[in-house]
Design a protein around this ligand. Sequence first.
Ligand code: FAD
Ligand code: NAP
Length: 314
Amino acid sequence: MLDCAIIGGGPAGLTAGLYTTRGGLAKVSMFEKGMPGGQITQSSEIENYPGVTGDISGMDLMMPWPEQCQKFGLKHEMAEVVAITKNAEGNFIITLGDGTTHEALSVIVCTGSTPRRAGFIGEDEFFGRGVSTCATCDGFFYKGKEVVVIGGGDTALEEALHLAKICSKVYLVHRRDTFRAAPNTIKRVEATDNIELVLNASPQEVYGDKMGVTGITVVMNDGGTRNIEVPGVFTFVGNDVNNGVLKQEDGSFLCDVNAQGEVIVTLSMATSTPGLYAAGDIRIEAPKQVVSAAGDGAVAALQVIAYVDEKLHV
Ligand code: FAD
Ligand code: NAP
């Protein structure tokens, strides 16, 4: 029986792992389906993590976190969790993709979020063949070429800046004429010579041939259309929370979620189900920052230590 199962190994999960193990829990496993580090490892640059100065990528930032946790006894299981249920004794059953199960006194869900599809024609057909959601991963393929970036949030603008250093030109396509991104980021984009703003424009169709994308058609808000001939289209149009592990057989969720599927938590990261906590991007009102995800993980871990202690001593 595990004291705590942590689902997801991004900033929230790794910090939960550090605090639970260092706080005295002996049997803690973190289930992560890929490499630990989470979505920030896709970011080419992070400049708002406290105490970190200079040019640092998301991958660089996250590299030492797993080792630090393992030093205090966190067990990392590289496995996808497909479901979390609660049994008659009030313990949690964690079911993995290969059908094996683990029992745990408590669970911290830190499964984060996943890039959303923008919904234009050809997006799925050309995904991985010219359509991408990761500039750090795929930007280099377009060295010296022109690309399109879609979106008006922090991710789109930051990744447009990154791509502008590699590519000859970046067309930033956004459906309105104002951005959601931080003012400083907007200023940097506006001051970058090889970024052309294509505002009041929505993606309609990506087209290409068997080699991949050759261009995109965008529809302007006034009804006109424009073809932009590029081999690469990067979409950054927001994220959906990864709450599938909380789905029960009858379609309900193991704990309360809001209309967007985000897990409803208290300030202690407690969900409506005793012993189940949620931390990071998956929770309601998440600021969607590495620092806040890590903070959530620490808060949840401290609650779990008290919860497990009470469970074991009654
Ligand atoms: P995630 O980082 O999403 O980690 C969740 C983990 O859970 C993943 O590793 C995933 O593989 C795993 N997982 C999911 N489902 C399962 C499952 N069923 N079984 C096992 N494992 C599972 N924030 C900043 O503060 N500053 C920035 O500059 C910044 N830039 C960003 C740039 C980009 C391109 C992106 C995409 C995000 C950026 N963010 C930034 C946001 C930041 O990355 C997130 O807020 C943060 O990573 C959330 O951490 P998390 O631990 O909640 O979730
Ligand atoms: P976001 O803030 O939700 O922005 C998504 C953008 O995509 C919006 O501009 C939206 O347009 C546009 N969009 C949505 N659906 C679209 C569609 N179907 N077609 C075309 N455009 C579409 O998402 P994000 O930029 O990924 O950021 C997510 C969260 O992470 C935010 O809270 C953000 O602050 C945070 N984050 C922070 C940092 C940082 O701190 N440095 C970096 C990255 C992300 P509208 O504006 O018209 O809605």
